[in-house]
Design a protein around this ligand. Structure first.
Ligand SMILES: C[S@@+](CC[C@H](N)C(=O)[O-])C[C@H]1O[C@@H](n2cnc3c(N)ncnc32)[C@H](O)[C@@H]1O
Length: 253
């Protein structure tokens, strides 16, 4: 009996030894990309991606990204979150729900279009207008004074628009907080190759021209993200990149 137990033990030790072989780092290449392409194309036809809901409200974000949002919110605890692009309000409701759990945070969500049936929540304020309208940005800047601010860009995904948004909204993000650019996966990164220059191209130009933000790729740890290179962390609070300042403000500084 004892010999048998000894042999079993050796057998299991050997198994564990082999099981402990260094894991090959998961590839961020083809397998994840192929999955994302499949997931996205299912959604474009009205399937999963377009039918993801938070407490009943449609949210056009990837569930892995929503989990990452939750982690970021808990870590950084912003007092104000600005989202451009509301759609049906599911994204804003998700943010507000996490804020409820944390016990902190308000959400301003901006959309060019009014829409009925968006969820009402005491932490959410809906603003209607263009996300690059200077009056809208000025209003937000005033509201953001003294707050710890996170910004999410999720409106018009064409490169020129996202570049404009990055220019006007990045200065509101306070040090240590995140500026999240949604849907950098468009234009073949890896989905919708026919999209044309979009968020990814806008981010690439933006990060080349500023040292205030760092691309935080650790936020892509689940491998599947709609926002590759889209998690930007404000590492420097000087605002010296020139983004978001008028020509006069730039000259004055
Ligand atoms: C991708 S959806 C937003 C999804 C939403 N954030 C969510 O999590 O479910 C894009 C939204 O951006 C809005 N939009 C498009 N261009 C805009 C602009 N210039 N300013 C503000 N909103 C805009 C559209 O009306 C649409 O509702």
């Amino acid at each position: 009996m004892k010999i048998r137990q000894y042999l079993e033990l050796q057998y299991f030790l050997l198994l564990r030894l082999f099981a402990r072989r260094p894991a090959v780092a998961p590839s961020t290449g083809s397998l994840a990309d192929e999955f994302l392409k499949e997931y996205y194309s299912q959604g474009s036809g009205g399937g999963t991606w377009y039918d993801t809901r938070w407490l009943g409200a449609r949210v056009l974000k990837c569930p892995f990204d929503l989990w990452v949002y939750q982690e970021i919110l808990f870590e950084t605890q912003p007092s104000l979150i600005v989202e451009t692009g509301t759609f049906e309000g599911g994204g804003a409701l998700f943010l507000a729900s996490i804020c409820d759990l944390i016990g902190k945070g308000k959400v301003i969500t901006i959309d060019a279009k009014e829409r009925s049936g968006r969820p009402a929540h005491p932490r959410i304020t809906y603003w209607t207008g263009s996300s690059v309208d200077p009056a809208m940005v000025a209003r937000a800047r005033e509201r953001a004074a003294g707050e710890s601010v996170m910004v999410i860009l999720d409106s018009d995904h064409r490169k020129d628009h996202v570049s404009q948004e990055l220019a006007v909204w990045s200065p509101l993000v306070t040090e240590g907080n995140y500026l999240i650019v949604e849907d950098t996966s468009l234009n073949g990164h890896p989905v919708v190759p026919e999209h044309g220059p979009g968020p990814m191209e806008a981010v690439a130009e933006f990060v080349n021209r500023t040292t205030d933000f760092e691309v935080d790729r650790s936020r892509e740890k689940f491998l599947i993200s709609f926002n590759p290179r889209g998690y930007l962390r404000r590492v420097c609070g000087t605002g010296r990149s020139g983004f978001g300042r008028t020509e006069e403000e730039g000259k004055a500084s």
